[in-house]
Ligand binder design. Structure first.
Ligand SMILES: [Zn+2]
Length: 464
């Protein structure tokens, strides 16, 4: 039997870390066993569904490279199929129309709660055959009254539910739209899904879905319920604390590789390996090693991973274009004749994200407009002006502008004025980058070029 998995998000929100993990696990599982992976969007909740969310789902998966073999299917396009199945179930006596008013159901619920009972539908319309032309009804599934539903969860092991605890599930609402739980079952059946990998919040739906499948004499897929994702401080994964929209990480200059690794390792491990290539993920992923416990999302670890990838991927057009995009985002105008490769090579080891890289490299692209006089004064020492002027003159006669020639000049200045080299470096660093910290200043001067470097030194000469 060909393995078939699916990812079935609802289009009522952006994809967050937890849902991306479900997508990744489902995709990897299909990849590992040469199966296929289906994208299906659950958009039957008309009030809360939104096309923007559908776009977000598709764009997030595309960005991460979690590509589907079939789909995206929209449940709203498949209503006829669900309706036909519902008619079939009514005909076979597996479902019935419930004419109970909302008011009656509300009262029943309050009554049950006040008696300390778990609220559930009392099956009034299942036992009392009503023939009515009233269109105000829901359709309910006739859940078996006795026996058990047992399934072997691929992550959690055997899970048992007593049918006596399950009420008769609504499969079609008053507005004629089939319910989520029903559509899911029919879709999984129709699309021949073999493995349903999803969040643990669906565990309670599973026995009901299995009962529906059994009533249709259908194949029962394997189920794997992934634990929930919590914050590093053990609090619930809240939308406020983390980017609830994974695509937001892309905007912040994260690389897809670090998101994939971070998400993969939420509850899955393989010996002590921390970092996986996509190919390794596909070869090594298994449901057996997925943890039952809640998984911690650690933003610091994501930063660490992103730093790793930022420093290990080749400096090619992709990275250069990403830097340019991030420069644009912070309104920095760049000229294409700057040596982007050298800038990235010099700066990336101090950056966690491409956004960082843009911010920290800004002095290459724009003039230092706000010089902090206090910072400058801190490093001014006796005769600094004369030394800077001398250095300026010497630098201006360099013919071959490279860092080694620059360092030679600076060394000679250090000797001539008996000042430690690092103080001369600091003077130039402040003049050229506007900051007290930077990578090797002579390399910066080389990349910046002779004209711009001398211009910036001259500016300092004027104000100090
Ligand atoms: Zn009823």
């Amino acid at each position: 039997m060909k393995i078939k998995t699916r990812f079935a998000p609802s289009s009522t929100g952006c994809l967050h870390i937890g849902s991306v993990r479900t997508a990744l696990y489902s995709w990897l599982f299909a990849q590992r066993y040469h199966g296929s992976f289906i994208l299906r969007i659950e958009d039957t909740d008309i009030k809360r569904s939104n096309n923007e969310y559908i776009k977000n789902i598709i764009n997030t998966l595309k960005w991460l490279g979690i590509m589907w073999d079939e789909g995206p299917y929209l449940q709203s396009d498949r209503l006829t199929l669900y309706k036909d199945k519902i008619t079939e179930m009514l005909d076979l006596g597996h479902a019935y129309k419930c004419y109970c008013s909302i008011d009656r159901l509300k009262k029943l619920r309050l009554q049950q709660i006040s008696c300390g009972l778990k609220p559930s539908y009392d099956r009034k319309c299942r036992y009392n055959k009503i023939s009515s032309n009233d269109q105000d009804y829901v359709i309910r599934f006739k859940n078996p009254l006795s026996g058990q539903v047992i399934f072997d969860d691929k992550i959690r092991g055997e899970i048992i539910f007593n049918n006596s605890e399950l009420d008769d599930l609504v499969i079609q609402r008053r507005n004629g739209i089939p319910t989520y739980n029903f559509c899911v079952v029919i879709d999984d059946l129709d699309m021949e899904i073999t493995h349903v990998i999803r969040g643990e919040d669906h565990i309670n739906n599973t026995p009901r879905q299995i009962n529906i499948l059994k009533s249709l004499n259908a194949y029962i897929p394997h189920y794997a319920h992934v634990s929930m994702v919590i914050n590093h401080d053990k609090s619930n994964f809240s939308k406020r604390k983390n980017a609830c929209n994974v695509l937001e990480y892309k905007n912040q200059g994260f690389l897809k590789e670090s998101i994939l690794n971070s998400v993969l390792r939420l509850g899955w491990s393989y010996h002590n390996q921390e970092i996986f290539t996509i190919d390794e993920m596909k070869k090594k992923f298994s449901l057996r090693h997925v943890s039952k416990s809640p998984s911690e999302f650690n933003f610091q670890k994501l930063l660490w991973l992103n730093h790793y990838y930022l420093n290990h991927i080749p400096i090619d057009n992709f990275l250069i274009n990403q830097l340019k995009k991030n420069l644009q985002k912070i309104d920095i105008k760049y000229s294409n004749d700057m040596n982007f490769t050298k800038i990235i090579d010099l700066m990336r080891s101090r950056c966690n994200t491409i956004q960082d890289l843009a911010i920290q490299s800004r002095f290459f692209f724009e003039e230092i407009t706000i010089l902090n006089i206090d910072v400058i004064k801190k490093y001014l020492f006796n005769k600094h002006n004369m030394i800077l002027q001398f250095t300026y003159d010497k630098l201006s006669i360099i013919k071959d502008w490279n860092s080694s020639n620059i360092v030679d000049i600076l060394k000679s200045m250090s000797k001539k004025f008996s000042i430690v080299l690092k103080n001369i470096f600091m003077l130039l660093r402040i003049s050229i980058t506007g900051s007290e910290t930077s990578p090797n200043i002579s390399v910066i001067m080389e990349i910046l070029g002779k004209i711009k470097t001398l211009c910036r030194i001259k500016k300092i000469l004027k104000i100090s």
